[in-house]
Design a protein around this ligand. Sequence first.
Ligand code: PMP
Ligand code: GLN
Length: 384
Amino acid sequence: TNSMLSGLPTTIFSVMSALAVEHDAINLGQGFPDTEGPMDLIEAAAAALRDGRNQYPPLAGIPELQHAVARSNARFYGIAVDPLREVVVTCGATEAITASLMALVNRGDEVVVFEPLYDTYLPVLEMLGAVVRTVRLAPPHWDLPRAELAAAFTPRTKVVLLNTPMNPTGKVFTREELEFIAGLVARYDAYAVCDEVYEHLTFAPVRHQPLMALPGMRDRTIRIGSAGKSFSMTGWKVGYVTAPAPLAALVAKAHQLLTFTVAPNLQRAVAIGLDKDSAYFERLSEGMRSARDWLAEGLGRAGFDVLPCDGSYFLIADITPLGFTGGDVAFCRQMVRDVGVAAIPVSAFYDARGTDIPDRFVRFAFCKKAGVIASAVQRLRLVR
Ligand code: PMP
Ligand code: GLN
């Protein structure tokens, strides 16, 4: 039958992962770590199962995790949070994004987004009947085009949807850029939904700053985190929303309709994770930074032009110097088949109805073991 979802293609992440399996390729496409997260969290999750944490937990999350999310906001960003009224636990950031947009967007409301964008944003906004205003960032630095952004805001703007650190660009929005966005949000009496799943994956000296911590933004911002990224367990699908109480109540209602609750044993383990000392979070980002450097160097030697990356799991490489003119999609299909390395064409992060979509960029995930990156680099030498 024909439905609102008939035209939605299967996500590029699943498509490329399937091709990676089919061609026995090294998968630098879909962003998931190839090492387990912290063993104490795994033990805590297993112990919680035996401990009888197997029935519906409270809708907004177990209080232990709500408190841990609140503590983490205070510790890293100086944001004071009422744990039981301002935190909602969701099935990953994916649900948190959908629930936050459901909470805020009415049919016909305008929503400002930045392109390239994560693949769930547009289809969800479309289902909600939002009018999308897209602001495109330009490579290689993906700086905020201020005049264009200002022009995208109107009296009908309800939400700006921001992803920092940003997938797929590896951009981390600067304090000045965030101040500019905050000024517009306040001037137009709008809200911000901030997808900050890579908050702990920035590379020194760059640091993540939440828009929520800027003056005037506390009551206008919904901030989203993900245990999948902060504890390298993407399959757990535990996300958390921090929002002013009236918005958190709306997000909780959306959550009630979407999934209602999240596995209690995983919530218990994530609560322990969020209280880990700063050495844990530093090691996480330092390890990822080394991986970025190895991959960037290898891509450079293979002839790619590597773009800067200050955070996330991802590097973007320009294929132009390789002399390949068939576009990023064909390049990725050929590379997985002939070279045995899977990556993601960056054009997948653009609204397919748009014009002048760049087709010379490829996204590589570096959240992989050193040996895996070394083997991928070895194979990539054959890419020319
Ligand atoms: N937002 C961005 C920008 C992401 O990259 C991802 C996951 N790759 C998500 C949201 C989804 O996070 P989760 O797995 O917690 O649902
Ligand atoms: N967020 C991950 C990425 O960008 C993939 C998530 C997914 O497979 N939906 O690679």
